[in-house]
Design a protein. Structure first.
Length: 447
């Protein structure tokens, strides 16, 4: 009871005044600075490493925009979606209302059929590549080529390319749906206060050798960070919205997966801070590093900080890490049911996760040893975890010990580094559920 009351007081304090939250994990930005001009606070995670993350804060007045639709967003990002990734002019873009990636030239929504290549026929695709007919080898030939061309059509339409030195801010209620915000080579970029939903792929690929029985895979994340350094992703919400995986059909005995990542950070990206976001109702949530190949350029990079995020009813990759030194502190995880849940922390090749003071709410039947999964890694540092299991009381827990008790070989307990870039103090774990639940996600910062 006393703990509850303390947490409530802390949470109320945190809500009452952003600049007064020093005790709760750091002073935030001064409210007198317009949101678009705010920069990542000093020491606030890996994105604060030199030269820091300022986004488009230095934009001249003519490079401050309010956009209401896809065309307006592309215009603000430089004018041409095919070349906008190279536009490094400092720019501040406020998003108003809902922008849908399927908006056509006249603003009406295109359908998947509109984006399909003339040679693509899904019924024929199913008939041709059925493992019972085609065998368990990768699809090839004219139909698969037509599918690939269709994906390219969709990429040109629903992938919105962002260049360096950009700040994108959602105004109250702003939503990006049916699109991928692509930060590829977008050094020094800030994305805040947006609600992302349902970046669905119209043309999923059948991958017959992915897993024991094959899988349907999609290409479009809600947000992708590639070849980008110094990126701050703050106070956004990510979910599948009104298009949940559970509504998709089954083909070849496998769910037709039209979604890929919520926020994937890959291809030599580095120095990223992911703070106060809310990830809910989604499967593959956050991939940090997409290949085990050390020649990828990823070793020594993929350094990411995750703090004060909510992971609610998401099934895997929370995150899955390769190579990177990844600091995961003060996050709230809610796994209400074992149905579909795969794992939270993916310990991949040469990964170095440092997890501190995270809080897990595990529903009945969710075994603590399933929180960690070994994807070819060897170590994870874990400190200060608390778990509330079922209807039990919240209590300190050691998820690594739980993992090691039922798996061999064991994972080591020392990832070999300690985070230095943290802004303010780390919350006591017992306070995480109330404080983080109140502060994380879009619609929680002062506009
Ligand atoms: Ca992805
Ligand atoms: Ca063991």
């Amino acid at each position: 009871m006393r703990l509850h009351r303390l947490a409530a007081v802390l949470a109320a304090l945190a809500l009452a005044a952003a600049p007064a939250t020093a005790a709760l994990g750091g002073e935030r930005n001064d409210r007198r600075v317009p949101l678009g001009r705010q920069v990542l606070p000093a020491s606030d995670g890996w994105a604060a490493a030199a030269p820091g993350t300022t986004g488009g804060s230095a934009a001249s007045k003519e490079n401050v925009f309010v956009v209401h639709d896809r065309a307006g967003l592309i215009a603000a990002l430089g004018g041409d979606n095919a070349t906008n990734k190279n536009n490094s002019t400092p720019k501040i873009i406020y998003v108003s209302g809902t922008i849908n990636g399927f908006e056509g030239p006249d603003g009406s929504l295109l359908t998947c059929d509109d984006l399909a290549d003339p040679e693509y026929d899904f019924a024929a695709y199913l008939a041709t590549y059925d493992p019972a007919v085609w065998g368990r080898v990768a699809p090839s030939g004219p139909l698969e080529q037509a599918r690939v061309r269709s994906v390219q059509n969709q990429t040109r339409q629903t992938q919105i390319n962002v260049g360096p030195n950009t700040t994108i801010i959602g105004l109250r209620g702003a939503k990006l749906t049916g699109l991928t915000l692509m930060l590829d080579g977008a050094n020094n970029t800030i994305v805040r206060n947006l609600t992302f939903t349902d970046a669905h792929d119209c043309f999923p690929a059948w991958s017959p050798t992915d897993g024991a029985t094959g899988s349907w895979n999609s290409q479009f994340d809600m947000m992708s960070v590639r070849r980008s350094t110094n990126v701050w992703v703050d106070h956004n919400s990510f979910s599948d919205g009104d298009n949940p995986d559970s509504a998709q059909p089954i083909y070849f005995g496998r769910p037709y997966q039209v979604h890929d990542g919520a926020l994937d950070i890959t291809h030599t990206s580095d120095l990223v801070t992911v703070s106060y976001n809310r990830f809910s109702h989604h499967d593959k949530t956050m991939l940090i590093g997409s290949t085990d190949n050390p020649a990828s350029g990823d070793p020594g990079r993929l350094r990411v900080t995750l703090h004060h995020n909510v992971f609610d009813t998401v099934l895997q990759r929370l995150p899955r890490v390769r190579f990177g030194q990844v600091d995961i502190y003060n996050n709230l995880y809610r796994v209400p049911s074992p149905d579909g849940f795969s794992y939270a922390w993916g310990v991949g090749v040469q990964s170095a996760i440092y997890a501190e003071n995270n809080f897990f709410v595990l529903g009945a039947g969710v075994a603590p040893d399933t929180v960690i999964h070994d994807w070819g890694g060897t170590v994870i540092t874990e400190r200060g975890t608390w778990v509330r299991a079922g209807r039990g009381l919240a209590r300190p827990a050691n998820l690594l010990a739980a993992y090691n008790a039922v798996n061999d070989p064991d994972l080591g307990a020392d990832a070999g580094w300690s985070p230095v870039l943290r802004h303010g103090s780390v919350l006591p774990t017992w306070a995480v559920p109330l404080v983080v639940d109140l502060l994380a996600g879009a619609g929680k910062i002062h506009i």
